[in-house]
Design a protein around this ligand. Structure first.
Ligand SMILES: Cc1ncc(COP(=O)(O)O)c(C=O)c1O
Length: 435
């Protein structure tokens, strides 16, 4: 293989057009979607009920509601857990925005907890210091497809009488001590948007084993109504509700994809495992860590640059260097991105403490007491946001070990040539390509 980096004109490790699109579509998807399209109802109906039942059976939950997004399912978790205006809810400082905006959707106050530098997940040892008399729940984000240390977190929650909500939006099939994500707290939300390991274009699913939580979530999900999904509706708003339902065609597509999930998961495990083994010892590269308690689903395989080893300490230089390395990886054919550049407390919606206008919900009397979003209070999250590079699509089915092998060669090539990463030159090349 050419040792000239592809970004400088060398041959790429993965030739363009080799990596197949996600998700793979076959006759199963086509037939099921067509059947739904020709069904009696295209709004919520039997396909939705069947998907909920099949997902419950696959994941090990008692109750489920198919939603139009993971964010909707998260909001339902808050409602189901009885969170009220001005309550505080703990959440990791580093995640997708809606892991924390869902708290604002329910008029409650997000309290951020820094991440563990090895797992990149909420640090269980930092949770207790963030608990106040107003704290009502912990949202545990099983980020990148890795479960947090749930025994530790559940023990803290029990001690302080807090509900545990799993944001399992990225964690389909991920395991904690042999148990599946989405069965590890009081209730959970999964996303099924196209980026996810289980996809139906756009969608989500709320799950719980607790009937009271289910009833509270169901009310919010469909106009504040209380009739069960399988019952006829009385069209009465018993509470403030949203419209978070999904449709039959999308449900049929979700069912088709779920029927193939075990193959997708095996592929992810094999490809992620290959990278982990074959990239070990690459100079300047920090690999993700899979704790002994966990089975990662490798939704997002994270690379980090060892800036200490390279002697790069200035933050802006680190970010520019990381972006140049990601661009070089992309030119090698490895779908490398920077997933989240900002930690949550840095995002304006939180930093400005103004979600609905007039400073609400922080303006609720007493709600803002001691709430401090200063980013430097979350040093591990900040450091991670500057160092990481994410690899998603390259590792997904139907791309198998042949692609993982090429991806490993491409990553190794870039990291073995870090001395040749000329940030300014790469910035110019990228700018030219974007014209
Ligand atoms: C961790 C996490 N939480 C929540 C969400 C929200 O899911 P959705 O886009 O389906 O609303 C996502 C997806 O982007 C996510 O990655």
């Amino acid at each position: 293989m050419s040792e000239v980096l592809a970004i400088y004109g060398g041959a790429p490790a993965i030739a363009p057009g080799t990596v197949k699109n996600w998700p793979p579509i076959d006759r199963i998807d086509e037939e099921m979607v067509l059947e739904a399209l020709h069904g009696k109802s295209q709004a919520r109906g039997p396909q939705n009920l069947a998907f909920e039942k099949e997902f419950c059976a696959w994941n090990g939950n008692h109750f489920a509601l198919f939603t139009n997004s993971g964010t909707a399912a998260l909001h339902m978790c808050l409602a189901g857990c009885g969170i009220g205006a001005g309550d505080q809810v703990l959440v990791t400082a580093y995640s997708w925005s809606s892991s924390a905006t869902c708290i604002l959707h329910h008029d409650a106050i997000p309290i951020f907890v820094d991440i563990d530098p090895e797992t990149f997940l909420m640090d269980p040892d930092k949770i207790e210091a963030a608990i106040t008399p107003r704290t009502k729940a912990i949202i545990v984000v099983q980020l990148h497809g890795l479960c947090d240390d749930m025994d530790k977190i559940n023990a803290i929650a029990r001690k302080h009488h807090l509900k545990v909500i799993e944001d399992a939006c990225q964690a389909h099939g991920a395991l904690y001590k042999g148990r599946k994500a989405g069965t590890l707290g009081d209730c959970a939300a999964f996303s099924l948007n196209q980026n996810k390991c289980l996809s139906c274009g756009e969608g989500g699913i709320f799950v719980t084993d607790n009937e009271d939580i289910y009833n509270g979530a169901a009310k919010l999900w469909s106009f504040g109504e209380t009739s069960r999904p399988e019952q006829s509706r009385d069209y009465h708003a018993y509470a403030l509700g949203w419209m978070y339902r999904n449709n039959e065609i999308t449900a049929a597509y979700a069912r088709a994809q779920l029927s193939k999930y075990d193959f997708y998961f095996k592929t992810l495990r094999a490809n992620g495992g290959y990278l982990l083994e074959n990239l070990s010892g690459t100079p300047g590269l920090l690999l993700p860590y899979e704790p002994a308690y966990a089975v990662h689903n490798w939704y997002n395989f994270n690379l980090r640059i060892d800036f200490a080893q390279r002697g790069i300490h200035d933050v802006d230089t680190q970010i520019a260097f990381r972006d140049a390395v990601a661009a070089a990886l992309r030119e090698e054919g490895v779908a490398a991105t920077v997933w989240q550049r900002f930690i949550l407390p840095e995002m304006t919606v939180f930093a400005a403490k103004n979600a609905y206008g007039h400073g609400y919900p922080w303006s609720i009397p007493g709600a803002d007491e001691g709430v401090d979003y200063t980013p430097s209070r979350f040093p591990n999250a900040l450091e991670y946001s500057r160092k990481h590079i994410s690899i998603v699509q390259t590792l997904r089915a139907p791309n198998g070990l042949d692609i993982a092998e090429k991806a490993a060669l491409g990553i190794r090539k870039v990291f073995e040539n870090l001395d040749r990463i000329d940030v300014e030159r790469i910035q110019q090349i990228v700018a030219e390509r974007q014209k």
